[in-house]
Write a protein that binds this ligand. Structure first.
Ligand code: CO8
Length: 259
């Protein structure tokens, strides 16, 4: 694993990789180095055969309080365009393995957008989510507007984005933005436990279900079903499908190999 300065990343037991955001003095504000290091860590874990699922977390005070305001405050539109600022960010969406987010504390702006890049989200009951960009005279720029609208519907999304006020973990959960709310001291533990549970499932099925669900978000139901069908057929060319169904018939636990 490469040496990082804005995050830490390691492979734990049971095929779980853990990435922690590590700029605590600025509440894990996301600068460009952090996005590039995150992408590097995710890509290394995606290629690493030992890793079955990836857990992303911050610290107790903040998952991340947004993009680094100091870094971008003097930028103009042309500088941002020439920097091709979202090149690495877009690549985060190409990670094939399951990503489980464990959120405590502030999860604002670009931090919320990073959390929304996770496939499953666990949050502390004290976590706060929000898009305060309107208070800075901007708006979300890394998918927040689009993803929030798809998750909670246009009326509620407009209300949150226009007000820029934080929503509690309970509210985020009620609107389908996160999966589970847990006691503050259990967030990481529960996220890792969930990661371990899915790590024992058929790797190819996990991979193609993830791909198909995200395609479904953008497609009409019928187009999505065609795509789903192709991936469903594809799984029937795997050894794991034969093993899984044989194990069912033999009333034993399947031994999946990811082939
Ligand atoms: N950027 C840079 N520094 C930050 C940020 C940030 N987003 N958030 C906090 N910090 C710094 C503070 O400046 C402070 O530094 P110092 O100690 O040197 O003064 C330190 O972190 C601690 O912060 P506070 O003293 O403010 O802590 P409080 O507990 O009083 O307040 C808050 C916590 C409410 C979270 C407050 O810090 C805050 O409002 N932060 C900014 C939140 C925000 O506006 N986020 C949105 C940023 S814009 C954005 O994310 C656009 C995304 C575009 C896509 C980018 C993709 C990566």
């Amino acid at each position: 694993m490469s040496k990082f300065t804005t995050i830490t990343a390691k492979v734990e037991e049971d095929g779980i990789a853990l990435i922690e955001l590590n700029r605590p003095k600025v509440l894990n504000a996301i600068n460009r180095s952090m996005v590039s290091e995150l992408l590097s860590a995710f890509e290394q874990f995606d290629r690493d055969g030992r890793v079955k699922a990836i857990v992303l977390t911050g610290n107790n005070r903040a998952f991340a309080a947004g993009a680094d305001i100091d870094e971008m405050m003097n930028d103009d539109a042309i500088t941002l365009e020439l920097l091709n600022q979202f090149k690495d960010w877009d690549q985060l969406h190409t990670i094939k393995k399951p990503i489980i987010g464990a959120v405590s504390g502030y999860c604002f702006g670009g931090g919320f957008e990073l959390a929304l890049c996770c496939d499953i989200l666990f949050a502390s009951e004290k976590a706060q989510f929000g898009f305060p960009e309107i208070k800075l005279g901007v708006m979300p720029g890394a998918g927040g507007t689009v993803k929030l609208t798809k998750l909670m519907g246009q009326k509620k999304a407009l209300e949150w984005l226009w007000l820029g006020e934080p929503m509690s973990a309970k509210e985020a959960h009620q609107h389908g933005v996160i999966n589970r709310v847990v006691a503050p001291e259990l967030v990481l533990e529960e996220a890792v436990k969930f990661a371990r549970t899915i790590a024992s499932k058929a790797p190819l099925s996990l991979r193609l279900i993830k791909e198909t669900v995200y395609k479904a978000v953008d497609d009409s139901v019928l187009d999505g079903m065609q795509f789903e069908r192709k991936n469903f057929y594809l799984l029937f060319s795997s050894e794991d499908q034969k093993e899984g169904m044989k194990a069912f018939a033999e009333k034993r636990r399947a031994n999946f190999k990811g082939k």
